[in-house]
Design a binder for this molecule. Structure first.
Ligand SMILES: [Zn+2]
Length: 447
């Protein structure tokens, strides 16, 4: 027990019910969390706690305090393309709209503003950590760090034959890693786009490079039937088998989508503990399929929820993603095969395991970083409340997120962002949107 505070306290969060997500899944009523130098130094239950003066305080009465949500797959830099070409089939969506618009508008400024907008949206909906991949990723990393978000930022690469030698590609990665490593909240990663986006040789070189530099590889895996069939035809293997043949699964890796896997694929991914990101809304919206989450978890593969980009979702709301994702698994496997409590793990500690950061975040435990959110439960849609976990998955809304904290820093207090001007960011995004829409209208005419 630790009843007194010291001048070293950065923050005290008090009065809420703590869903710790620790190995014992402890639930602590009347919780008081002391944070020093960004880390949790104690968690205890104190009824009628009297907050001290001279310390930063967050009042969580009438709320649930839980680890901040982790978004396993995003492209925050493309947030200005939210909903730009809805209801087109995937190939048309990509080749007739997204790719031409990225060619025309893709720039450091586009990515910076897209990331600012995404961070505002994520903080307001309870996300404190995201795993990203896109272009101009060093710019995205700098913005996220400035806004106080924790992230893994992966520089995306798609190979265009004859444009760059492999050595030139790795020189750029060297530069990217050096730049991002200076940021305290951001971890650099490699983000080769997909099995079909790079040559076999570059994939092999990249796996070696990641091994030598101890970098996570973040890629798209089995997103469409077309990708799976093409790989079988060209390589005689499934994408999972081919990646195994080049040693990718012996490296830390996180893969988004996995909408269709063979039973051998599932066993392999489980045995190698490959992190899989389940993006139910993007996969449904583009008509791709449903990730076999229940079977993957049974085989041992850790899962994270992901939103993918706002162009294919069209929001970054992880609570909504978890609600849709859990019900889809029930539809696929039957009631009770992915319970709400398991989905809250997927939002927090299991996602941290999938990204190999569970020694730092994902649960409210002494020694871990104070990355947490407070959800209001005094709302008409919240009461009566009989089960904390089913409330989070089936009832909670993003508007219930009252406070948000990363590394002991308050990013949102009583729904007001503390480190940026939300209105100003929204207004700049609206004016960019007008310019983008004018070009998109021309593209729509030509399809
Ligand atoms: Zn993606």
């Amino acid at each position: 027990m630790r009843n007194n505070h010291t001048a070293l306290d950065d923050l005290i969060v008090y009065g809420g019910t703590l869903l710790t997500m620790d190995p014992q899944m402890r639930i602590i009523p009347h919780g008081v969390i002391h944070v020093q130098r960004g880390k949790i130094v104690s968690l205890e239950s104190i009824e009628n706690f009297t907050p001290p003066s001279g310390v930063q305080l967050l009042d969580a009465h009438g709320g649930i305090v839980l680890p901040g949500f982790i978004n396993g797959h995003t492209h925050v830099g493309m947030s200005l393309l939210r909903g730009i070409a809805d209801d087109y089939p995937l190939d048309q969506w990509l080749t007739k709209h997204i790719f031409p618009l990225e060619r025309q508008f893709g720039s450091k400024e586009f990515v910076e503003l897209g990331t600012e907008l995404a961070c505002v949206e994520m903080i307001k909906s309870g996300t404190t950590f995201f795993n990203d991949m896109y272009y101009f990723e060093a710019a995205a990393a700098a913005v996220a760090d400035r806004m106080g978000m924790r992230a893994i930022c992966g520089q995306t690469h798609v190979e265009i034959s004859g444009v760059e030698s492999n050595q030139e590609v790795f020189n750029k990665f060297d530069q990217f890693v050096e730049e991002v490593e200076k940021l305290s909240l951001i971890q650099p990663a490699l983000a080769p786009h997909s099995i079909y986006g790079l040559s076999e040789q570059l994939w092999k070189d990249l796996v070696k490079y990641a091994r030598n530099h101890q970098l996570l590889i973040h890629t798209h895996l089995c997103e469409t039937q077309q990708e799976i069939q093409k790989t079988r035809l060209e390589k005689g293997l499934t994408p999972v088998e081919w990646f195994d043949s080049i040693g990718l699964w012996d490296q830390p890796a996180i893969c988004a989508h996995a909408i269709e896997l063979s039973s051998t694929d599932i066993k392999l991914l489980g045995k190698k503990q490959v992190g899989i990101v389940y993006n139910p809304e993007s996969n449904l919206k583009l008509g791709n399929g449903i990730c076999p989450v229940v079977e993957l978890r049974a085989s041992g593969a850790p899962i994270a929820f992901g939103t993918d980009s706002t162009a294919s979702n069209n929001n970054l709301d992880l609570l909504q993603e978890a609600a849709s994702g859990s019900k889809l698994q029930t539809f696929k496997y039957g009631v009770g095969n992915l319970k709400a409590i398991e989905c809250v793990k997927i939002l927090t500690i299991e996602a941290a395991r999938a990204l190999r950061v569970d020694d730092q975040v994902g649960s409210l435990v002494v020694g871990k970083s104070a990355d947490l959110v407070v959800l209001d439960i005094n709302q008409a849609h919240s009461v009566p409340l009989y089960d904390w976990y089913s409330h989070v998955i089936y009832s909670a809304l993003q508007s219930d997120v009252r406070h948000s904290v990363v590394a002991g820093q308050i990013l949102m207090k009583n729904r007001t962002l503390t480190r940026c001007n939300e209105k100003e960011i929204v207004s700049r995004a609206q004016s960019w949107g007008e310019r983008i829409q004018a070009v998109n209208a021309q593209l729509a005419k030509s399809t």
